[in-house]
Write a protein that binds this ligand. Structure first.
Ligand code: DQA
Length: 138
């Protein structure tokens, strides 16, 4: 089992931006934890982050992973391109968010990708990624 952990726009700033919302650990710290969690269960992980919408679409199209864990960041709320990329492949995608987007600003309440994802996990900080990984490994 191979999982692609895909992070979108501004997620490279995790640990440095809005610490009260996203915590103080960097994306690298979080990725290390996800990798250890997966390795302990015999799964392989690949990590990719980009601030560019098209890069994320290409990665979704070209990955050889068995499943994708996707935090698209703000793209979640308006990127029909990412939505269509997900719909164009058979690879199951689990949408994740560290924060509870429904408890935040109105514009974050809508996800244009949820409908084409297998499921959504949100509001558990870095554990959202771990819970998403677990959903593939159960
Ligand atoms: C986020 C929530 C989004 O609304 C926001 O734009 C992000 C991060 C989260 O992980 O909580 O960049 O996806």
């Amino acid at each position: 089992m191979k999982l692609l952990i895909l992070n979108g726009v501004n997620l490279n700033r995790t640990g440095m931006r809005e610490k009260s919302v996203y915590g103080t650990e960097t994306l690298e710290d979080i990725n290390r934890e996800i990798a250890a969690f997966c390795a302990a269960r015999g799964a392989e992980c690949e990590f990719f982050q980009s601030n560019l919408e098209g890069d994320l679409c290409t990665k979704i199209q070209e990955t050889d992973a068995d499943g994708i864990i996707l935090n698209a960041g703000a793209f979640t709320h308006y990127s029909y391109a990412i939505r269509d990329a997900i719909a164009s492949v058979d690879t199951p995608v689990v949408e994740v968010h560290m924060s509870n987007v429904h408890a935040r600003e109105e514009f974050r309440h809508q996800s244009v990708i949820s409908e084409v994802c297998k499921g959504t996990i949100l509001g558990f900080g870095k554990k959202s990624y771990i819970l998403a990984a677990e959903s593939f490994l159960l």
